[in-house]
Design a protein. Structure first.
Lengths: 205, 205
């Protein structure tokens, strides 16, 4: 079944969880017709980097004007350079029926969620989440302090999940990729998308 | 990641779409830890049929009392015998953390939806749905009457979808199974399920 619009898939999670590795593995899977989200940046192109492929390169003046005009899904400044996800590029790709994949840290994902709530937000969780139950069940073998620290860390991670649609554990990269693939397939099968597509088609008649 | 409760997965769709064939193929897939929903019936057991495996066998008096006590997710009468899905069995299986799969015609699915809205409702669509676009686009080659009939049939099918969460096209049995499997994996990864599971676990501490 064909669908009118592509989906914006946002992969995020705590730092060190392996977002980049999972994203690379996702793009090595040739089954998926995915477009990687291209960022805009004010930093200088490096040797071999192509405008419109690796990044959209621009000046600081232009970037700041775009910020003022709300032209980014999210943006951030790192060591004097600006990086952002241009709404126009995302909208154009989605309207061509292609899915876009954006891998981003938690603060950026929350910005995207505000600007584009219809995106699919996936929280990549550290494998230790599944050990939570064991930690809580196995009592008495650790000091009170260690247990309390672990509980607090786990609580923070659970609270970070709350803005997301799905939680995928990164216990093994291949398994995490399979789960993300299942989410993408399943999101395309949602009734509101399929039925609305056909309804609009019939109304256009 | 472990999850507290199983999911009720309901497969339905227009008659003749191939629900039974897809259900059989799903149960041949050993990756899935699925329990087939066992119906209660007033008909006589056939040779080899086992109570609690093939059906729960009971008397008409008992069945009618259970109807009065709202003990079925859905029930129907066929040629003098009653058939129904006992809520108690479904609840027990879900609370053991097992998913239940129920294949049922559209009227039954709508009854289940009322009694158990938290189920996952999958509409199996005939492959002709994807030809809808072609039909509409390819104009002038058919008489007005044929086109109108087809449009009306398609409209009815689209309206039937509206109570469902997902639409899966049954173009090929294996593809339909893969899609249903993706839906089941993805539903288990939904943030509210995963996060609530951990939250409740921490509160129990």
């Amino acid at each position: 079944m064909r669908h009118e619009r592509g989906l914006l898939i946002v992969l995020s999670g705590p730092s060190g969880v392996g977002k980049g590795t999972v994203r690379k593995a996702i793009f090595e899977n040739k089954d998926l017709d995915l477009q990687y989200s291209i960022s805009m940046t004010t930093r200088q192109p490096r040797e071999g980097e192509v405008h419109g492929v690796d990044y959209f390169f621009t000046t600081k003046e232009d970037f700041q004007q775009r910020i003022g005009e709300n032209k980014f899904l999210e943006w951030a400044e790192f060591v004097g350079n600006f990086y952002g996800t241009p709404i126009e590029y995302v909208e154009k790709t989605l309207s061509e029926g292609k899915d876009i994949f954006l891998e981003i840290e938690v603060q950026g994902a929350l910005q995207v969620k505000k600007a584009f709530p219809e995106g699919i937000f996936i929280f990549l969780a550290p494998p230790s989440m599944s050990e939570l139950q064991n930690r809580i069940v196995t009592r008495g073998t650790e000091t009170e302090d260690i247990i309390l620290n672990r509980m607090n860390a786990a609580k923070e991670e659970i609270e970070m999940m709350d803005a997301y649609d799905y939680v995928v554990e990164n216990d093994q990269v291949e398994l995490a990729c399979e789960r993300i693939k299942a989410i993408m397939i399943s999101e395309h099968l949602k009734r509101e998308r399929v039925a609305n597509y056909y309804k609009r088609m019939m109304e256009a008649e």
